[in-house]
Design a protein around this ligand. Structure first.
Ligand code: NAD
Length: 417
């Protein structure tokens, strides 16, 4: 992942008209602070587990560090560094008053009892409470964390530092959360898919879409695109791909998941009523116009990219495409809208939650949707108007984000030695 990000930076630096100094490049590419710590936990069976914890504060030139907190046995400091850097680019591109951060704990929350989980969160907050806060660094949910965990952080932090709803975003609605936050990333990805398809091809209701990953982002992206009239021909998760060339009935599928309180495609007993199904990687072979990776990092590689028939790739996940695959798409005239724009709906919504908390208000969902759409559509128009024919969307988005960061740097950074 780190090499991929470095290559994307290198491509963008080479395209920016003016020469950047080494100090400027260094500050853009490297985190300002890396915090690492341990969380010991005596499990209910008496066993001692020691989890590793990380928080990377990448950049706060434009506002408090902002970014998710991931609970996963696979999370590493390097992961957090890359994802924190992407957050800086995302908030800069969208013009939000935030910087970038990311963190994680190497635990599997599904294997912890509620009591154990709450102890992990308390220890996490005790360790980093002086480094987070509504004007310092604002965590949010990411893979393995959710509104309940944000509630625990908010409550634990407030006990030592006083009532502070703005310390995290992604809280439950009744605990100063934002109506519409849960679906915001999927809504954003669906809007970007619509605008891109309609700019380059035809009306969205003539499109066929395949979506890799059917978690929070994938499900809502499918729902909003299906509501717009797009045909969702395939969805997948880590074990299964469900496909139907006539279009999957997304509303029915989501209702079924909700009614049976099931979280994943793999838990549905009779998937065949929605279409055919095979193993997960089949998703790359299904014929579609738009392919949306909404799962995890590095799924579009130099091998899988060659299987894709879609002309448009919308990166709803963070860093799903390797540099080699990105180059292949470019050479083959495919259009890719990068993560820092396509998955920005979530952090835009987080900004509105943070603003709502600062004003002690609660906005209606329709108002929140309008605000998210306006912010995203302004960003999209700016990208489209700035994009030169010879540059890709990724290069254009990186260039805009980097140029804004450079404008916020101290003047001394622009002097080369
Ligand atoms: P999630 O855990 O809710 O869902 C992930 C889904 O991807 C699951 O269906 C899982 O089975 C599937 N998956 C995992 N590995 C896979 C693989 N190799 N092939 C196919 N499917 C696979 O996570 P999420 O919140 O939906 O996040 C998805 C992506 O979007 C991540 O990259 C995340 O960083 C990014 N993202 C999320 C948000 C947000 O608000 N949730 C915001 C911005 C970016």
């Amino acid at each position: 992942m780190k090499e991929t990000l470095q290559s994307f930076y290198k491509d963008a630096f080479a395209k920016i008209d003016k020469d950047l100094t080494e100090q400027q490049k260094f500050l853009i590419e490297n985190p300002q602070k890396k915090i690492s710590f341990e969380i010991p936990l005596v499990r209910s069976n008496g066993q001692l587990d020691v989890f590793k914890g990380f928080r990377v504060q990448h950049n706060n030139l434009n506002g408090p560090f902002k970014g998710g907190l991931r609970f996963s046995p696979n999370v590493t400091m390097e992961h957090c560094e890359v994802l924190a850097s992407l957050m800086t680019l995302k908030t800069s591109l969208t013009g939000l008053p935030f910087g970038g951060g990311k963190g994680g704990v190497t635990c599997n929350p599904k294997k912890l009892s509620n009591k154990e989980l709450s102890e992990v969160v308390d220890k996490l907050v005790n360790t980093i409470h002086t480094s987070i806060g509504s004007k310092i660094d604002i965590p949010a949910p990411d893979m393995g964390t959710n509104a309940e965990i944000m509630k625990m952080i908010f409550q634990s932090y407030s006990q030592t530092r006083g009532y502070s709803p703005g310390v995290v975003t992604g809280k439950p609605i009744h605990m100063s959360g934002l109506k519409g936050r849960n679906e915001a990333t999927g809504k954003g990805a669906a809007l970007i898919a619509k605008w891109t398809f309609e700019k380059h091809f035809d009306k969205i209701d003539t499109s066929k879409v395949s979506i890799q990953g059917f978690g929070n982002v994938g499900k809502f992206t499918a729902k909003f695109l299906s509501d717009m009239g797009a045909k969702i021909v395939a969805v997948s998760n880590s074990s299964k791909c469900l496909y139907n060339e006539k279009g999957i009935e997304i509303d029915k599928l989501l209702e079924n998941l909700e009614k049976e309180q099931k979280n994943s495609l793999s838990q549905i007993d009779d998937l065949s009523i929605y279409g055919e199904h095979e193993s997960s990687d089949k998703i790359f072979e299904i014929s579609s116009n738009i392919f949306i990776p909404a799962a995890t990092e590095n799924t579009i590689t130099d091998k899988t990219v060659k299987l894709l028939s879609a002309d448009i790739i919308i990166e709803a996940a963070n860093m799903p495409t390797t540099h080699l695959a990105d180059k292949w798409l470019q050479t083959n005239n495919k259009i890719l809208v990068p993560d820092i724009l396509a998955s920005a709906g979530g952090v835009i919504a987080s900004y509105f939650e943070w603003s709502q908390n600062a004003q002690n208000e609660q906005w209606e969902k329709s108002e929140v949707y309008k605000k998210i759409e306006k912010k995203l559509s302004d960003t999209w128009s700016y990208v489209v108007n700035s994009k030169k024919k010879k540059n890709t969307y990724r290069e254009t988005c990186y260039m805009i984000a980097i140029e804004r960061l450079i404008k916020s740097m101290p003047l001394s950074y622009s002097e080369s030695n």
